[in-house]
Design a protein around this ligand. Structure first.
Ligand code: COA
Length: 260
């Protein structure tokens, strides 16, 4: 499969996906959004892909937001459709059972910050910049910014950034919990690979289970969430991987998980 706005590079069990419109700072036009949907389906279904790194082309931007030239002509009806489509695709990405790391290598603004927040974890290069500048354009975020931002960093911090449209640097993003860590730019992809490979040493059903359980508890009350956790815990206890993981620990050897 080929893409006109994405690069897809398999890397020994991982997929490196790059939004590739460097002359427009990788802004999200309709083609990028459509292709992000297609590539999400692909990595979800392809057993050869066990983890994903999502980044932007060039050294300046991860994604500098929705494509403003495309957005400028939107009407109420078309803007709602555009937001719905992007939101559903970002949600698909968030629900992918394989770990997805955003490698934020520069500006992550508007839809770019929202795309990073829909990934499971975020690593930032030291030159990364984050923000939701939609208010400066007279609009609100449309790809989950008002929903995921407060959940990640708390309501007050999210509102400050949403209402001012201000940009923060990588260190501040780390301080408020928006990114997992900050690394020198040249170390960004190697660090993402290292983190993913450490995750992939673990039982794949358990990894997928943690992603699913952290996601599904968002909509539940405490007691309901704990009951569901017990159910999932029991389901995993019935797998061959659980037998293997515990047997390997007892035998003091490395577990050989099969995903069953
Ligand atoms: N949509 C469409 N095009 C964009 C874009 C976006 N979100 N962000 C950047 N670009 C384009 C610029 O128009 C420019 O194109 P041109 O060379 O054809 O004129 C090119 O990318 C380079 O951007 P430029 O603005 O010249 O770079 P800069 O270093 O001076 O500034 C930013 C970088 C990120 C501060 C600035 O591009 C910006 O503010 N972008 C918009 C961010 C935004 O509001 N995003 C939310 C959208 S909802």
């Amino acid at each position: 499969m080929t893409y006109s706005t994405l690069l897809f590079e398999p890397r020994d069990g991982l997929a490196l996906i790059t939004v590739n419109r460097p002359d427009k700072l990788n802004a999200l036009n309709d083609t990028v959004i459509t292709e992000l949907g297609a590539v999400t389906d692909r990595v979800t279904e392809d057993p050869a892909v066990r983890g994903i790194i999502l980044t932007g082309s060039g050294s300046k931007a991860f994604v500098a937001g929705a494509d403003i030239t495309e957005l400028a002509t939107a009407t109420t009806i078309s803007a709602q459709a555009l937001s719905r489509k992007g939101s559903q695709i970002f949600r698909q990405l968030e629900r992918c059972p394989k770990p997805i790391l955003a490698a934020v290598n520069g500006f992550a603004l508007g839809g770019g910050c929202e795309l990073a927040m829909a990934c499971h974890m975020r690593l930032a290069s030291d030159n990364a910049r984050f923000g939701q500048p939609e208010v400066k354009l007279g609009i609100t975020p449309g790809y989950g910014g008002t929903v995921r931002f407060p959940r990640l960093v708390g309501r007050g911090r999210a509102l400050e950034l949403l209402l001012t449209g201000a940009m923060i640097d990588a260190q501040e993003a780390y301080r408020i919990g928006l990114v997992n860590r900050v690394v020198p730019a040249e170390q960004l992809i190697p660090e993402c690979e290292k983190l993913l490979r450490a995750i992939l040493d673990n039982g794949p059903l358990a990894v997928a289970g943690c992603i699913r359980m952290v996601d599904e508890q968002e909509d539940l009350g405490l007691d309901e969430a704990l009951t569901l956790e017990s159910r999932r815990f029991g389901e995993l206890a019935g797998t061959a991987d659980f037998r293997e993981g515990t047997a390997a620990f007892i035998a003091k050897r490395k577990a050989a998980f099969t995903g069953h």
